[in-house]
Design a binder for this molecule. Structure first.
Ligand code: ZN
Length: 414
């Protein structure tokens, strides 16, 4: 008996040490339109990886076996990506252009952190690098603090604070560059643009490009389509279970509809609110900001500007204000490259999602909070080609400026 147990443990250890890169050969992304939203639960039984649910439209990433099961069950879909494995490989080769540009290819975690350090080292009067906390695998989580003379005070109580963060979900690779671009361009324009100078003199702007560093590294080394963090959860149904969905792990209405108690689920909420160091440290830090006045959480994909709530379809307080600001952001985005981002509450536009960050920031901190779903609308989904990085950064920048302007101009309840 003991020998069997030893062999079993040895086999587990071997598996853990020698994880092969996950192959997506033969996988396809299908867009399926169901007749009734109630059919979505049945669909979730057939396909493990749901990429997007928007109304009656569901994007699924299906293995050959799952495609067969879908066909047998009578589902037909429009094929969005005919060969996921081939597309991932194609982007791995496009991944190496050595032109030195920060926004022409997807950077590794080390490259993002180096870029953040450089910005802080090159612009001490405007930028400070802060360590917010550490991940499950002990990687640092950094914020850029952008404000005039950041080293003269730990925080300026008279300067309203704005937080922009990205990459709670590891496969959403477009989100860190959008956050990083925002920081870089603010600094670059400070000395030439009076409007930008005003923002950095009178606001404290915090940018956290990577909330989930372990997940992001794992998408580079092993599984391009990983979503959650890298918490090891033990053996479940004979499989090693990993990962908590960080955007279901926040403390407001944790464990409610639209999150899962199953460790194998892509929307696993974790064993308790803030059980994960990533959400724990970020929430503690946000509670320490004395005048947090606005927040954006960056995700992809589907081109949406989402407003609270995620946990219920009921309208939040001040919904009209949220909508007005959301529509102003929408206009700013469309003015750059003509892209349309729809505006509405998260639970209505997408699906119920309890324990998400936006709900916590608005419900607990009382700061207006938005979730952006960036490009595209499904042609490439999470596998957005590198030539769309810069255009996406460019169109989101003025929408975030709109939020700064509005934060500065008035009390948001007016
Ligand atoms: Zn996401």
């Amino acid at each position: 008996m003991r020998l069997v147990l030893c062999c079993w443990l040895a086999a587990l250890g071997w598996q853990m040490l020698h994880a092969q890169p996950v192959s997506y050969d033969g996988y396809q992304v299908w867009r399926i339109t169901v007749e009734k939203p109630s059919q979505i639960a049945a669909l979730e039984q057939l396909v493990r990886d749901i990429w997007l649910i928007q109304g009656r439209t569901v994007d699924v990433c299906a293995s050959p076996e799952e495609q067969e099961a879908l066909r047998k069950a009578g589902y037909t879909g429009k094929v969005l990506i005919p060969d996921v494995g081939a597309l991932i490989r194609q982007q791995q080769t496009e991944f190496v252009p050595q032109d030195g540009g920060l926004f022409t290819r997807y950077l590794t975690l080390d490259e993002i952190y180096t870029a953040m350090q450089q910005l802080a080292v090159q612009h001490p009067p405007l930028v400070q690098l802060l360590l917010i906390g550490r991940s499950v695998e002990n990687r640092p989580i950094y914020a850029l603090r952008l404000t005039k003379d950041p080293r003269r005070a730990r925080v300026y109580p008279s300067r309203p604070q704005v937080v922009i963060n990205a990459m709670q979900h590891a496969r959403e690779w477009i989100t860190p560059p959008v956050a990083l671009y925002f920081a870089y361009r603010l600094v670059a324009e400070y000395y030439t643009n009076a409007r930008i100078r005003n923002y950095l003199d009178r606001l404290e702007i915090y940018v956290v490009p990577v909330v989930n560093p372990d997940g992001y590294v794992y998408t580079h080394t092993t599984n391009r389509l990983w979503r959650k963090n890298r918490r090891y959860l033990g053996v479940v149904n004979g499989r090693h279970a990993y990962g908590v969905d960080l955007n279901r792990n926040w403390g407001l209405n944790w464990g409610g509809p639209g999150s899962s108690g199953n460790p194998l689920s892509e929307t696993y909420q974790g064993p308790a609110p803030f059980s994960e160091p990533e959400t724990y440290f970020l929430s503690r830090w946000m509670l320490s900001l004395p005048a947090l006045r606005a927040h954006v959480d960056l995700h992809s994909y589907s081109q949406l500007i989402l407003l609270p709530w995620g946990y219920t379809t009921q309208q939040p307080p001040f919904y009209a204000v949220f909508e007005r600001v959301g529509l102003a952001m929408q206009q700013r985005i469309a003015a750059v490259h003509g892209m349309h981002y729809a505006v509405g509450s998260a639970a209505v536009m997408l699906y119920l999602a309890s324990g998400n960050m936006m709900d916590w920031v608005f419900g607990v901190r009382g700061a207006p909070s938005f979730t952006y779903e960036l490009r595209d609308r499904g042609q490439y989904g999470f596998l957005l080609p590198p030539d769309q990085i810069l255009p996406t950064c460019e169109e989101v920048y003025p929408a975030l400026l709109e939020l700064l302007e509005w934060t500065l101009q008035r009390d948001w309840r007016e």
